[in-house]
Design a protein around this ligand. Structure first.
Ligand SMILES: NC(=O)C1=CN([C@@H]2O[C@H](COP(=O)(O)OP(=O)(O)OC[C@H]3O[C@@H](n4cnc5c(N)ncnc54)[C@H](O)[C@@H]3O)[C@@H](O)[C@H]2O)C=CC1
Ligand SMILES: O=C(O)[C@@H](O)C(=O)[C@H](O)[C@@H](O)CO
Length: 311
């Protein structure tokens, strides 16, 4: 697994390309537009600079990682000779299926095709596949070059050798893989995240708290705790009799909405997309460049602490 193709150079694709390159892999990243590739190159360079500043990497590591990445707008060129194809294009099913169809017409049946999808189960992703057994889900978290967890989802068609090879590759690049026992839409983390977001959006709609209030409350509590003590371990430390009372006393009052809240629909419709458009739950004036720098600076400090704990 030395030759990695990364399809999509956006929020996740550029970070994944950087991560694989840092781990010594040859990476070819593809986007449809040169401008996307240029932006990805700058984002990778900025991220690697912070890692050098934080003494996670040497200047030589940074230069060698950048030298391992090639850029193309040609899909065939990107996947030619790839051992492992990491698909990270937008979370829309049709373009993913169209991309897989092209890939399968070019590569050998042994080439692993991994999707970074946030939600789609393999059953949907492989519905037109010639060789569904070589597809797998490797769900990284933003930013992938820093956040440790990678969820690996398979289904009954997935070749066990593909699972083992993928698991070993994810470990080799320094991540913490979690293989789901059963496949389910949204896997583990995004199901828990969406359940949390549903309630957070409910609190905003009820006027109980603003987005900033919620961020402050969560960062200083569960965000603080869960980096070192997960939600289940936290219950053991709290006392499960209290957990039982909390769940029993609150559950019936939680939102049971099955819809995207209208305010979120309106924000997306009016191009309030977050850092990409300088407006989301917060306002920006630099397309989030400072927010990303601050995030990476703090996340790398946390990563160092976690790595010290792991020894
Ligand atoms: N943004 C996030 O925080 C996370 C996203 N993901 C998943 O990763 C995947 C990519 O998400 P992002 O990086 O956020 O998307 P993005 O929109 O930032 O980047 C998508 C990239 O794909 C390219 N692209 C768009 N349409 C294409 C097509 N039809 N064919 C080929 N390339 C195309 C774009 O030019 C861009 O380079 C999605 O499946 C998403 O659910 C997973 C974890 C976190
Ligand atoms: O935070 C993340 O990286 C993950 O929860 C995701 O997969 C989501 O796409 C997220 O980025 C959007 O909430």
């Amino acid at each position: 697994m030395n030759n990695i193709a990364v399809l999509g150079a956006g929020v996740m694709g550029h970070g994944a390309a950087q991560l694989f390159a840092q781990a010594g892999k040859n990476v070819c990243i593809r986007a449809r537009r040169e401008s996307s590739l240029e932006e990805a190159k700058e984002l990778m360079n900025n991220s690697l600079k912070i890692m050098v500043e934080k003494e996670m990497l040497t200047e030589n590591d940074r230069n060698e990682a950048l030298a391992r990445v090639t850029y193309t707008t040609d899909l065939h060129e990107a996947i030619q000779g790839a051992d492992f194809i990491f698909e990270s294009i937008p979370e829309i099913l049709e373009p993913k299926l169209e991309t897989y169809e092209i890939i399968e017409s070019v590569v050998s049946e042994n080439t692993i095709i991994a999707s970074n999808t946030s939600t789609f189960p393999l059953e949907e992703l492989t519905q037109n596949a010639n060789h569904p057994d070589r597809f797998i889900i490797t769900h990284f978290f933003n930013p992938p070059q820093i956040v440790p967890t990678v969820e690996i989802a398979k289904d009954e068609n997935t070749n066990e050798q593909v699972v083992e090879t993928t698991y070993n590759l994810i470990k080799e690049i320094g991540k913490s893989p979690v293989v789901l026992k059963k496949e389910i839409t949204g896997f583990i983390v995004n199901r828990v995240q969406v359940a949390m977001l549903r309630e957070a959006f409910n609190l905003m709609e009820k006027g109980v708290a603003t987005a900033e209030d919620i961020d402050t409350a969560m960062k200083g509590s569960m965000g603080f705790k869960w980096a070192f003590c997960g939600p289940m371990e936290s219950q053991d430390l709290a006392g499960l009799q209290t957990t039982k009372a909390m769940v029993g006393n609150i559950s019936q009052d939680l939102s049971n909405s099955r819809e995207v809240p209208s305010f979120l629909e309106d924000m997306v419709e009016s191009d309030q997309l977050g850092i990409r458009t300088n407006q989301g739950f917060y306002n920006y004036d630099d397309n989030g460049e400072e927010a990303i720098r601050s995030r990476d600076d703090q996340f790398i400090n946390l990563l160092k602490l976690l790595q010290q704990k792991q020894g």
